[in-house]
Design a protein around this ligand. Sequence first.
Ligand SMILES: *Cc1c(COP(=O)(O)O)cnc(C)c1O
Length: 427
Amino acid sequence: MDNLKDYYLGIGIDEKVYDFCATIEKKLKSRFDEIDKVAEQNQIRVIKALQDAKFAEEHLNGTTGYGYNDSGRETIEQVYANLFHTEDALVRQQITCGTHALTIALSGNLRPGDEILSPVGKVYDTLEGVIGVRESKGSLKEFGITYKQVDLLPDGSFDYDNIRKAINKNTRLIEIQRSKGYDVRPTLSVEQIGELIKFCKEIKPDVICMVDNCYGEFVETIEPSFVGADMVVGSLIKNPGGGLAPIGGYICGTKECIENCAYRLSSPGLGKEVGASLGITRNIAQGLFLAPTVTASALKGAIFAANIYEKLGFKTVPNATEDRFDIIQAVEFGKPEFIQAFCEGIQAAAPVDSFVTPIPWDMPGYDSQVIMAAGTFISGASIELSADAPMKEPYAVYFQGGLTYQHAKFGIMMSLQKIVEKGLIVW
Ligand SMILES: *Cc1c(COP(=O)(O)O)cnc(C)c1O
């Protein structure tokens, strides 16, 4: 018996579960090598962005109060602009989450009478409230901003004919969501996003193309701003925060777009000049430094899981072999007991709150109960190993993250262990 196996047996994994997972893992070596190559390129890209901005020890100190002349904040924003190849960036802890970052990007750049077009189908759940697709106080709809949507074709490609028809004199902003999020459509590659932006700009050159980049950062070696996006938006408690940023969001884009965002985030006239960093620039910078390898770990975990559960006969999205463009993995179990067991396993493998049992609850904004497993250092951080599932057909669990591959692997082994313990799979 090898020594490593003893460690797993000692922490509650059965020999059969261990052996099954170990056999699967052996076949993933070349896949993992590819991911490491992407991480290596991205690591160099991050270091270069820091060096080109002359990031220095003095920038690790924070400011208080108004935060005037916060050189750390200004420099980290330059780092993000360098990294994303954009004219400017807004990287702030005052941006409370991804939805908030997207809200700032939209409301900062749209005016009454303007129209948003989503050419990739339904927007992320929380954005429906922001835009006013779902009736919501303070939505953009209340400010006279309208919304149109063109769904992807059944094969997942762009419906160019209807996109052309949907673009009109009021279309001011194209919203492109890179990750499928918790939807069934495929995630878009940066290359596909580039083609879509080119098409839209040919029809209307001055339209603003904004990409919701959540869960996509560092999965590839290029970002949507390399292929024409005017604004790229995301959350620091996902990929680019590397697990160390305790809060925050980013918007990278053209000088004009970022200026508009800054006036919305703080106040007209104040813009980027205010916003104390309170000493968290260190976490944002160090998290960014770790983000390429953290994202790689999460991707390896997702591929490991897809291979395990596909081998056991379940539908996985993405499947075991296809290319990845975000860190989310879905497994369709078809039965609620599997979801419960899976989430218990993820929780039991967590570094924080490992002793609690996740139970389904009535989460605001959802039409069914939702179960969540997350034992994270940063509350709600989905770059850390976490899983959630709406308790309804097709009983699919979505999971993501893993600050280290070793942890993601253990969590997935534990999920299978719980499924086996409950007698849901008989070997
Ligand atoms: C996470 C996410 C968001 C924003 O979510 P927050 O929970 O507000 O950070 C928006 N779009 C997509 C695709 C996401 O994955």
